[in-house]
Structures are given as C-alpha cells and as structure tokens.
Design a protein around this ligand. Structure first.
Ligand SMILES: Cc1cc2nc3c(=O)[nH]c(=O)nc-3n(C[C@H](O)[C@H](O)[C@H](O)COP(=O)(O)OP(=O)(O)OC[C@H]3O[C@@H](n4cnc5c(N)ncnc54)[C@H](O)[C@@H]3O)c2cc1C
Length: 218
C-alpha cells in the first residue's frame, strides 16, 4: 500500500483519490489448542444467543470486562452454574455488572487465574487453570465455555506503513487522517474507546468529507 493505491491478495492494484481503512477488530483468542476446533462443541460463539443452549448446564466464562460479566449475568438466568475465570483480582467491567454478578448465587469467580488448556473429548469437558501467583494448576469441569478477553484491531497488514498505537490501533487525527497522506481510518480500527455503529458511521463520514473537501484528486 502507498498513499493512493493498494495491492490485493491476488496481485491486483487499486488506485483511488484516497483510502479509508475500516478493517475493524476481532475477538482476542486464548491461543490454546482446541479453541477453534471446538467452537459449537461446547465453545460458545455468542452468549446472547446461548441462553437456551446452556439451560441446566455449567458455563465457564473467561474474562473480566463488560462482555464477560454481562454474559455471566445473562447466561446465569438459565445455566446451572457460571464460573468467571479472570487473570486479575479486579475487573475492568462496569461496577453495576460486577456488583450484580457478585450478588448472584449462581455465579462463582476464579480470580488471578489463566486458562492454560481446554480439556475435551467429543465436546468441551473442562479447562486447565493456572494460578498466576503460585503457578499451581487445577482442572475445572464445564459443559460450555465462553471466551471474552477483549478484541484486537485488524491492522497486521498495515504494520510498518502507518502509525499504530501500542495496542495496534491506527492513530488518526480528528479528520480521521492517518500518518500516511491520503490514507484515512474509520470505525473500530482507530477507535478503542467508543466502538459503536454510530461512531463507525460518523468517522467514515468525517473521513469522506475531509477527502472531498481538502484532498486533491490528482
Ligand atoms: C456481538 C456484538 C454486538 C454489538 N452490538 C452493538 C450494538 O448493539 N450497538 C452498537 O452500536 N455497536 C455494537 N457492536 C459494535 C459494532 O458492531 C462495531 O462498533 C461496528 O461494527 C464497527 O464497524 P467497523 O466498520 O469499524 O468494523 P466491522 O463492522 O468489524 O467491519 C470490519 C470489516 O473489515 C473486514 N476486514 C478485516 N480485516 C480485513 C483485511 N485485512 N482486508 C479486508 N477486509 C478486512 C472484516 O472482515 C469486516 O467485514 C457490537 C459488536 C459485537 C461484536
């Protein structure tokens, strides 16, 4: 990619007056064996649509942010038990979610712990947990697993070409212009703080307006 052209995987070059990058983010993975293979066989893709699936079953949720705690509350309505495994002893989730989860007798917490492995046969059977302070490992049986440990921006392809922040998000100015002339960034890929549909549409409109108002076509 240079300022006004990109090369596609199949080798084709596209040129344009400007480029708006809107590659978004993807869920962060645990990076343990079985994580992709067992999606749909115990590993839940979405908590919001799994309330019936987890009815009467045990659920392990990995994470300590809003998504983890919100899903714990949601799935706790039907599940037999929800265990939240979190690598720290403090949560980044909003206070209201944490307080409600702590008061919910169906929700348990395993803190200061990482998931080191997923145990499985035909389906997920449990997780191997490692205490980050002592290094001690233990096994936690579960019927289902939901991984909500944040997101990572889809910017690998731009590394070395655009300025990225330390988390890999594209650095853009208020006009959505990046460090590379004629390259703009819109949506979640440049917005770690308020990733919403509205902000994505708004930043895309900002970028488009700036391109047509201030960038020459030549
Ligand atoms: C489960 C869930 C629920 C949500 N609910 C809401 C909600 O209720 N309200 C709300 O406002 N927001 C919600 N959001 C957030 C909202 O979806 C995002 O903020 C919004 O979609 C961001 O738009 P975007 O265009 O930046 O990225 P995306 O919509 O993620 O689109 C990025 C696109 O780029 C593609 N891509 C990635 N890498 C490359 C590459 N190298 N080359 C080409 N293409 C690539 C991806 O495949 C994808 O199609 C939710 C998000 C999730 C995950």
């Amino acid at each position: 990619m240079n300022a006004r052209s990109i090369v596609l995987e199949d080798g084709r070059h596209l040129t344009a007056r400007a480029i708006i990058i809107a590659t978004g983010v993807r869920r962060r993975k645990l990076d343990v064996p079985g994580e992709d293979e067992f999606c749909g066989r115990g590993i839940l893709d979405s908590g919001a649509t799994a309330k019936n699936e987890v009815a009467g079953k045990t659920v392990v949720i990995v994470g300590g942010g809003d998504a983890a705690l919100e899903n714990a509350l949601m799935l706790g309505e039907t599940a037999k038990r929800v265990t939240v495994v979190h690598r720290r002893d403090e949560f980044t989730a909003r206070r209201d979610f944490v307080d409600r989860a702590r008061q919910n007798l169906k929700i348990e917490f395993v803190l200061n712990s990482n998931v080191a492995a997923i145990t499985r046969n035909q389906n997920v059977e449990g997780v191997e947990i490692c205490d980050v302070r002592s290094g001690a490992t233990s096994h936690l049986a579960t019927d289902t697993l939901l991984i909500r440990i944040g997101v990572v921006p889809n910017t690998e392809v731009f590394q070395g070409q655009l300025e990225l922040d330390k988390s890999g998000y594209i650095v853009a100015d208020p006009n959505c212009a990046t460090s590379l002339p004629h390259a703009y960034a819109a949506g979640d890929v440049a917005n770690p703080r308020s990733p919403t549909i509205s902000t994505a549409a708004g930043t895309a409109a900002t970028a488009a307006k700036h391109i047509f108002s201030f960038s020459s076509g030549s």
